[in-house]
Design a protein around this ligand. Structure first.
Ligand code: ADP
Ligand code: MG
Length: 312
């Protein structure tokens, strides 16, 4: 879908991205992560030509991106950023409708699409379509920014710290939203963040950058279980590697099935992570703990010894 071949970019003679090669397949959710100034935003902006690369090649659908008109490229790639970039004097509806209007969709189709997107992002359409950005909370503005990026049903979604300025609860809600949108739509998503937990939660592949170079690219599990260097180990936090690995799997992966009679001890949901399970086991000072399913029925039990065995 998108392929970087030895791409480089300099500003004022200073290399900001160097020898960057990466092939992104359709439907992947790639997360670019790294410290501030490591070249994440520049890499993302080279894809929709907000920044022009000066070395190597970037292919989109098999063709060098320079062969596309920038407008065509941007219509096929939604772009959402931390500051949302919403037009303050336009309603939510008009902000979302921006690209469909450029594409001259019929009015009724645009209206239906806005309704659909507001519903998808859990903003009741009747309440929100007529509001202005300043009448929305930060989290709602970010949702509208994501809705606008999705409006013309682009093949690719580029997101630059789209949840950056949010409180942890809203942030997690939007992350779940993105995971759901990715699952349902199968879109190719490239997201920039400096938040490791966000990267581990969302990415099918994580690309860790340092000084404009790829330090390691792999699945969340690969990064945690096989860090390529001390830099990677430090970045993911040596002391937290085990807990972060536990966060990748759910209780069901280590549960002993069976209908144990429920007791007064706190129970875990089958969708909780093994990290949640460890925390609950320690807090309860007891093992095993019962596990309940969506209906609240006990479906098994989780033992401390099963949680701590062979994490990697
Ligand atoms: P990140 O998104 O990882 O924080 P950026 O890609 O924004 O990093 O920036 C990487 C480096 O390039 C930084 O040192 C930044 O100052 C520099 N840079 C980014 N954009 C420009 C620009 N338009 N002109 C000059 N330098 C820039
Ligand atoms: Mg940035």
């Amino acid at each position: 879908m998108i392929e970087f071949q030895q791409v480089g970019k300099s500003f004022d003679g200073q290399a900001v991205v160097e020898d960057f090669s990466l092939a992104i397949a359709p439907g992947e959710f790639v997360v670019l992560i790294g410290r501030s100034g490591s070249g994440k935003s520049t890499t993302l902006k080279m894809v929709n030509r907000l920044v022009e690369h000066d070395r190597g090649r970037i292919l989109f659908a098999g063709q060098e991106i320079r062969s596309f008109k920038p407008e065509d490229l941007r219509r096929r790639m939604g772009y959402a950023i931390q500051s949302t970039g919403l037009f303050p004097h336009w309603t939510v509806e008009r902000n979302i409708a921006c690209v469909p209007e450029l594409l001259k969709w019929p009015t009724a189709r645009i209206r239906d699409r806005v309704t659909e997107l507001l519903e998808l992002l859990q903003l009741p359409p009747d309440l929100y379509r007529g509001r202005y950005p300043h009448q929305l909370s930060g989290g709602q503005q970010q949702r509208v920014g994501v809705a606008r990026a999705l409006a013309a049903d682009p093949d690719v979604l580029l997101m630059d710290e789209p949840f950056g300025a949010l409180d942890p609860i809203t942030r997690e809600a939007l992350q779940q939203e993105m995971a759901r949108i990715h699952r349902l739509s199968g879109k190719t998503i490239v997201l920039v963040t400096h938040d490791l937990d966000e990267a581990l939660r969302l990415g099918t592949r994580i690309v860790l950058l340092d000084h404009g170079r790829i330090v390691q690219a792999g699945t969340p599990r690969q990064l945690l279980a096989e860090p390529a260097s001390d830099f990677v180990r430090d970045f993911i936090g040596r002391g937290d590697i085990g807990l972060r690995l536990l966060a990748l799997d759910t209780v069901t992966s280590r549960m002993r099935p069976g209908g144990v009679v429920s007791s007064a001890v706190p129970s875990l949901r089958d969708t909780d992570s093994l990290r949640d399970a460890l925390s609950a086991l320690v807090a309860a000072g007891a093992s095993p703990l019962p596990v309940v399913d969506a209906a609240g029925e006990v479906c098994g039990e989780i033992h401390l010894s099963d949680v701590v065995r062979n994490v990697a």
